[in-house]
Design a protein around this ligand. Structure first.
Ligand code: C2O
Ligand code: CU
Length: 497
């Protein structure tokens, strides 16, 4: 087979020894930092007139029925996705995490511009929450939008530990009759392996040089023939490292899909969240066009499309006017040849349930990607020259299994610097042949066209400048939201006070 290496690393001379690489792969952020004990978070009393939304989350081992297939996994409460949390923009959220897992954990409120003491990064913003302990997350959620939450420890996101967080805009009229939250996931936990074992295997294959070769048959590894050839534009031939046996929508397999009911003619707002760890999806609703209205919580100049791409950690809101009948909502994994697809069924009338492997013509045409969207003018950053510019070079390899930012794995790379009040420009360059969803904690960035996002799917070899205002002092992560890449080093700190 003419395929010299599965991943072409275009950044030569990372200057990293294998031992440093392996150390960086060995665990969560705290493994590469001096053990720092964080004081308990400062209590956050509500401001006068501020409403409080309180909730309790129990992270625990569970047995889940995915719809004909039962798995042992970890989840919040007794389902995956866990309970949807809702509040109004400006509310104070008080969420107690109860850790009943046999492992340390934390909760990260993905995309929320919160105070850093609630950001949930062990070793950076808090100590990990030990088995049997609890932790109170208190923060104001300033911006309306579609968010989710998940642990920031190891590869726990690739278990069932994720749930939606919806921040409503009391001022938004909302031109729709009802809304559905649609959570996409790639699933492997409890199918004979765990995400921790998958990562160990990737690291072991990388160390022995077998990583990325088209031989061997390690469970969970990606050897798909799909990765030979040009792949799917614009994401390239190699979109992920893990072969998943299943893809889920709202925790269910396509053999027993979730059914969303409404009346024909109703307008529905879809809040689509990707909780996937290593999979890009192309999403479409059969027989309908969607009007995209928001991404990562931020309003767009609305645009109609048949289909959209969603990377790990991204969110898209779309409004759809429902036709009469029964329609498949499909999440097709991009560049992965096994495991089928994600399916939900939308029912407004009579009709037969679509087959699990239904092919949508909507997915055969133009599929929109986040970077092609235009912002609503109201959310543009005020025009300003950047005060500071920093490079953000994404690099990596399969052998060794090592992913880097600015030439080194997390813990060995230099934190990005800015001062409070400055405009920072990140010149992000994907120097690899894989796509990476780049995620920033505690802020949103603006693309050159003004589009605001907190997670941007970057195509192979793509460059983009991302501007942000340093208005939330603290210690923050910037990282790839492919959880295996993040764990293998593709993270960097952004620190300022
Ligand atoms: Cu959803 Cu640091 O991530
Ligand atoms: Cu990545």
């Amino acid at each position: 087979m003419i395929r010299p290496s599965r991943r072409q690393v275009l950044l030569a001379g990372l200057g990293l020894g294998a031992s440093a690489a392996l150390a960086a792969c060995s665990g969560d952020a705290s493994a590469t930092r001096p053990a720092a004990a964080f004081p308990p978070p400062e209590p956050v009393p509500p401001l006068s007139g501020q409403s409080v939304m309180s909730a309790r989350l129990t992270a625990r081992p569970v047995t889940l029925d995915l719809g004909g297939r039962t798995v042992q996994t970890w989840a919040y409460g007794d389902a995956a996705p866990g309970p949807t949390l809702r509040a109004n923009a400006g509310d104070l959220l008080r969420v107690t995490l109860d850790n009943q897992l046999p492992a340390d954990t934390t909760v990260h409120w993905h995309g929320v511009r919160l105070g850093q003491q609630a950001d949930g990064v062990p070793g950076l913003t808090q100590d990990p929450v030990r088995t049997g302990e609890s932790f109170l997350y208190e923060f104001t959620a300033p911006d309306p939008g579609t968010y989710f939450f998940h642990p920031h420890v190891g590869t726990q996101l690739d278990r069932g530990l994720y749930a939606p967080l919806i921040i409503e805009d009391p001022a938004e009229p909302g031109d729709y009759d009802l809304e559905w939250v649609v959570v996409l996931d790639d699933w492997i936990d409890g199918t004979g392996t765990t995400p921790e074992e998958v990562l160990e295997q990737l690291v072991a294959d990388g160390a022995s040089g077998t990583g990325g070769m088209d031989h061997g048959a390690m469970a969970g590894m990606h050897h798909g023939s799909m990765s030979v050839g040009l792949g799917e534009a614009p994401w390239g031939a190699d979109t992920g490292d893990v072969t998943y046996p299943h893809y889920l929508i709202n925790g269910k397999l396509p053999s027993d899909p979730p059914v969303l009911q409404a009346r024909a003619g109703q307008r529905v707002r879809l809040r689509i969240i990707s909780a996937a760890s290593d999979t890009i999806f192309a999403v479409a609703l059969g027989g309908h066009r969607m009007t995209l209205t928001h991404t990562d919580g931020w309003p767009l100049t609305p645009v109609q499309t048949d289909a959209l791409y969603i990377g790990m950690g991204e969110r898209y809101d779309a409004v759809v006017a429902l036709e009469p009948g029964v329609f498949p909502l499909v999440a097709r994994p991009v560049g992965k040849s096994t495991g089928g697809q994600g399916l939900a069924v939308i029912r407004t009338g009579t009709g037969s349930v679509p087959a699990a492997d239904v092919t949508l013509s909507e997915l055969g045409g133009r599929v929109l990607a986040g970077s092609q969207l235009e912002p609503d003018d109201a959310v543009r950053l005020p025009a300003k020259r950047p005060d500071v510019t920093e490079a953000l070079r994404l690099g990596g390899s399969m052998a060794p299994y090592l992913w880097t930012i600015n030439g080194a794995a997390y813990g060995q790379n230099e934190p990005l610097r800015v001062a409070a009040g400055q405009r920072l420009r990140l010149n992000a360059v994907n120097m690899t042949m894989m796509p990476h969803p780049l995620h920033l904690h505690g802020h949103t960035f603006a693309l050159p066209n003004g589009l605001r996002k907190d997670t941007l799917l970057m195509a192979p070899m793509e460059s983009v400048s991302l501007d942000l205002d340093a208005d939330n002092p603290g210690d923050w992560l910037v990282h790839c939201h492919n959880i295996y890449h993040a764990e293998a080093g593709m993270m960097i700190d952004l620190r300022y006070s």
